[in-house]
Design a binder for this molecule. Sequence first.
Ligand SMILES: Cc1cc2nc3c(=O)[nH]c(=O)nc-3n(C[C@H](O)[C@H](O)[C@H](O)COP(=O)(O)OP(=O)(O)OC[C@H]3O[C@@H](n4cnc5c(N)ncnc54)[C@H](O)[C@@H]3O)c2cc1C
Ligand code: SF4
Length: 347
Amino acid sequence: MSKPVLIIGGGPAGLAAAHSFATLGKQCVIVEKEDRLGGAPILSGYAKLVPTGEWAKDAIGGMVKRVEDASSVKVITGTKVTNFDGAPGDFTAKLSNGDTLEAEAVIVCSGFTHFDSVNKPEWGFGTYEDVVTTTQVEQMISSGQGVRCPSDGRKPHRVAILLCVGSRDRQIGREWCSKICCTVSSNIAMEIREELPDCHVYIYYMDIRTFGLYETKYYWKSQEEFKVKYIKARIAEVTSDGEKLIVKGEDTLVKRPITIPFDMVVHAIGMDPNVDNPEISDTFGIDLETHGFIDVANRYGSMGATSRPGVYVAGSATGPETIDDSIAQGHATAMAVLSGAQDLKTA
Ligand SMILES: Cc1cc2nc3c(=O)[nH]c(=O)nc-3n(C[C@H](O)[C@H](O)[C@H](O)COP(=O)(O)OP(=O)(O)OC[C@H]3O[C@@H](n4cnc5c(N)ncnc54)[C@H](O)[C@@H]3O)c2cc1C
Ligand code: SF4
């Protein structure tokens, strides 16, 4: 009997790969370092997802259940691979729980790490309680608590969302665009306006990248139906006058300095390479690309190929990705693994 495929990480990409294998009756094992499956949307408590508007706990929770119910999928949580050896068709992985696994191939679906806003101290996170991140606002909404100022629990009357926090910022070594945060921020702005109709929401941006069809559903809808205001600006700092947060910068369209008071400031945080990537690169013997994401060695010939034959990668481990693209990559890479195994048999 052929060996199972090892999947590292049980987020949307890993869950999709596992589902593909299960559908075809192929054995696979998910090794997930956290104590449950679901990846960022579940572990970080996202609220309603773009573009479907489905709650993350339902949409991704459904993917988790489907995989947990599949008899051909083994799930090992709270565990990492510590050692990895062998060749395509015949790999051996040692796990941090002491087990050893044999595998035919590996798909690394280890995802990304949210940018830590303390690395952008001039924008007030970590100094002022009411400067929060998009993930925190997602959690306020998904927990049912609603959007409130953490300092005293009051409903905010004025909210500023600052885009590109930890993205497109050479000064802090993060040149990439995180792809989804413009759309997520427009969505959050509409959710705030829906919950708190008296609250004014401003989005401060360099460029708006609500890419593809999201332009209509998020950028225009948020302005025309929800009266969210967009200001093209370069933000210098977020301070406090003791009562309100003060956002200072330059309105880059009219080229005038701006100093505006807010109750709450939201950082639209970006997607960093997984902090584990140096360790993953070392353990699995695969290359990282220049920013620290896992390098895709062959973009056209074989889905998810890395620099090491038999080791594949899918989802946001390769760079900022949306959930639906991560899922598509998970499914497609499972297919590439199966066709790679077929190539081995016929070689
Ligand atoms: C604030 C915010 C909101 C977002 N909202 C949306 C949205 O509404 N719609 C959308 O399309 N996209 C959204 N995204 C993007 C979305 O989070 C990603 O597209 C998605 O999580 C990628 O899935 P993934 O499986 O590749 O990675 P992840 O979700 O990061 O999953 C990776 C999994 O691997 C595990 N792992 C990591 N390292 C190891 C290791 N060494 N060993 C074992 N396991 C490991 C992790 O614990 C995790 O479970 C948002 C992103 C941000 C920052
Ligand atoms: S998607 Fe928007 S907020 Fe996110 S990095 Fe790109 S331009 Fe900035």
